[in-house]
Design a protein around this ligand. Structure first.
Ligand SMILES: Nc1nc2c(c(=O)[nH]1)N[C@H]1C(S)=C(S)[C@@H](COP(=O)(O)O)O[C@H]1N2
Ligand SMILES: [Mo]
Length: 301
């Protein structure tokens, strides 16, 4: 992609936000034609996407460890300490261990991806993430041939996360992907938004982004990644399996038991904006539909 760079910079070196936006405008004009041919389908479709503002992306959040209100995470997440940060990578891998976030980042190529983001609650945004492909991290630690799923776990720090006092979910927040989903080139670990470090309310220092699945699969502030043989537990699926499946692919044809998934409200669109149609696999159908060949998507929700 146009913004591929080796991440040897510290946060002090990050392009100031205004210059970053400026550069993006220039790129949109000058380079769109030149790079379009080399990019996969989903990336080309991104050219038409208009990202939400920094304000919108960082002040309307779901991060129940900091409270269930949409503005609770922005108010409370400053209490999370993210330096140092250690990620345990274990299970069916060649190089299990406790890796510092800095070590991981030094091995990865950070790039920008502008993705649609669709919450199961039927709101959506367009977010310019910075991050690396999860496949690169998994390749680096070496996935063993018996591994079939990847399990993820969020930090659980009662002193820093006031929401943990509420039993709304079984803590810690956990999620999982099938190995082929985890290895898909669209699946990323986000470490930034708009070229800046990812804010704590959005899942600092490192959170999953799976753009064709409902937002709750994109687990935040990850402290553990395990390669496993069996389908791992996923928090919302455990809490209410009838309403939230393990797969949770965005699908306008399969409604949530309590509301329609056919349309969505784009955050920032204003009070009277028309709802927009929800796209199959959130617009990434061409890239990911083959992962689910032969599966009945109304059964495997
Ligand atoms: N650990 C953790 N991860 C989480 C959540 C959460 O409550 N805790 N909420 C999920 C849901 S429901 C959504 S829609 C997205 C929201 O991401 P955003 O706040 O960055 O937009 O994060 C997901 N990841
Ligand atoms: Mo969500």
């Amino acid at each position: 992609m146009a913004f591929r760079w080796k991440n040897t910079l510290t946060s002090d070196d990050v392009t100031p936000y205004a210059a970053y936006l400026n550069r993006r405008q220039l790129m949109a004009g000058a380079a769109a034609g030149a790079i379009a041919g080399a990019m996969p389908m989903a990336s080309r479709a991104q050219d038409a996407l208009e990202p939400n503002t920094w304000e919108e992306i960082t002040s309307y959040n779901n991060y129940y460890e900091f409270g269930t209100g949409k503005d609770d995470p922005a108010r409370n997440a400053h209490r999370l300490t993210i330096d140092p940060w250690t990620v345990r990578i274990d299970g069916l891998v060649d190089k299990p261990g406790d890796y510092s976030f800095a070590d991981i980042l030094s091995q990865m190529t950070v790039e920008e991806r502008i993705y649609r983001f669709r919450c199961v609650e039927a709101w959506s945004m367009v977010i310019p993430w910075n991050g690396f492909e999860l496949a690169d991290l998994l390749d680096w630690v070496g996935v063993q041939s018996s591994a079939r799923y990847v399990a993820f776990e969020t930090a659980m720090r009662p002193e820093e996360m006031p929401g943990l006092a509420s039993p709304v979910l079984d803590w810690p927040y956990v999620e999982g992907l099938r190995l082929d989903e985890a290895m898909h080139p669209l699946t990323m670990m986000a470490t930034g938004i708009y070229g800046r470090d990812i804010p704590k309310q959005n899942g600092a220092p490192m959170r999953l982004v799976v753009p064709w699945k409902y937002g709750f699969k994109s687990i935040k502030s990850i402290v553990r990644i395990s390669l496993v043989e069996e389908e791992p537990p996923a928090s919302w699926n455990v809490t209410n399996p009838r309403e939230y499946g393990f797969y949770s692919n965005v699908n306008p044809n399969v409604d949530h038991p309590r509301w329609s998934q056919a349309t969505e409200r784009r955050i920032g669109g204003g009070l009277f904006a028309k709802r927009q149609p929800t796209l199959m696999f959130n617009g990434y159908e061409e890239d990911v539909a083959s992962l689910y060949d032969g599966m009945d998507l109304s059964e495997f929700i």
